[in-house]
Design a protein around this ligand. Structure first.
Ligand SMILES: O=C(O)CCC(=O)C(=O)O
Length: 299
């Protein structure tokens, strides 16, 4: 087991100092947000959902969308889609899920998307007081879940997620009323691809995004000398503003790194059209910055 260098505060209730830290730095991280039992159950549930979808694909009951070289690198892998549902499992580039033993294919997933209604445990976790409750305290209002993923970085091949602001992918205003909860299901370390942030970077405003290996912040926009790794033990969580620049590096080690990611918006937010949003999520000089209008910079 990796040795994590820093003991993070345990989550009790948020105090004024923590709220101030969130406002100033754009994120908070805590150990022991989920219990070891909840972590084990969540890992098992992700495996069960993935194997179920692989089996459905083998029986012709779920669609396999093959790898696409036309997508940006992070989206070029195959996916298995549950028909009539937002639920899909996305594999690392180059993995043919049906050519592998299901257990081996399960180890090579990159992402589950739209899964919370597929398993009672996740229906509970998205409402969890130590997850949604914290988000509501940070937002200062009722939170609405509008998206969820589970991110996996397989040993040695887990892909990088480049620097981005989550709001670049969304359309909700005000921009400050979007918060992501990211919950580690394995120890997340520098070696296996923990989160990195730029403390205070959320206050800079929107930064131009381009399509590189993913939808990512354009080169030269960030002072990466200020970036901070946020290592977490399994069960720890990070809560961050939709404006906070963050990234995760590739998994360079032998240990898998899985995480749940739930995205919430304040009840008073409004969904804008893409055109409206391209006038709201803009750099200081008015340059539209969202993924919807991002130009492609890598073949
Ligand atoms: O868990 C990861 O590797 C990155 C998650 C993330 O930042 C995202 O998908 O927006």
């Amino acid at each position: 087991m990796p040795v994590l260098k820093k003991k993070l505060p345990r989550l009790e209730t948020l105090d004024e100092a923590q709220l101030t830290q969130f406002r100033e730095e754009g994120y908070l991280a805590f150990e022991e947000v989920l219990t070891p039992e909840e972590v084990r159950a969540a890992r098992d549930a992700l495996t069960e959902l993935t194997l179920g979808l692989i089996e459905a694909a083998r029986q012709g009951k779920a669609e396999v969308v093959p790898s696409s070289p036309n997508s940006t690198q992070n989206y070029s892998g195959a996916r298995i889609q549950k028909p009539g549902s937002p639920f899909f499992v996305h594999f690392e580039p180059g993995v043919d899920p049906l050519a592998l033993d299901p257990a081996e294919a399960e180890l090579k997933i990159r992402k589950l998307h739209g899964y919370h209604q597929e398993h009672p445990l996740f229906e509970t976790l998205v409402q969890h007081p130590r997850v949604k409750g914290v988000v509501q305290t940070l937002l200062g209002e009722e939170a609405i879940l509008f998206g969820e993923m589970a991110l996996s970085k397989p040993p040695f091949i887990g892909s990088e997620k480049p620097w981005h602001q989550d709001n670049a992918y969304f359309v909700y205003a005000p921009l400050t009323s979007v918060v992501t909860a990211w919950v580690a299901l394995d120890d997340a370390t520098v070696e296996n691809g923990c989160m990195y942030t730029l403390p205070g970077g959320h206050r800079v405003g929107a930064l131009k995004h381009v399509h590189g290996i993913d939808c990512q912040i354009a080169a030269g926009r960030l002072d990466l000398s200020q970036s901070v790794p946020v290592e977490l033990r399994a069960g720890g969580a990070m809560f961050f503003s939709g404006m906070l620049p963050h990234q995760t590096p590739p998994n360079r080690g032998p240990l898998r790194r899985r995480a749940l990611q739930f995205q919430y918006r304040g009840v008073h937010t409004r969904a804008l059209t893409k055109e409206e949003y391209s006038r709201v999520f803009v750099e200081a000089d008015g340059t539209p910055a969202s993924c919807a209008i991002a130009e492609r910079i890598v073949g």
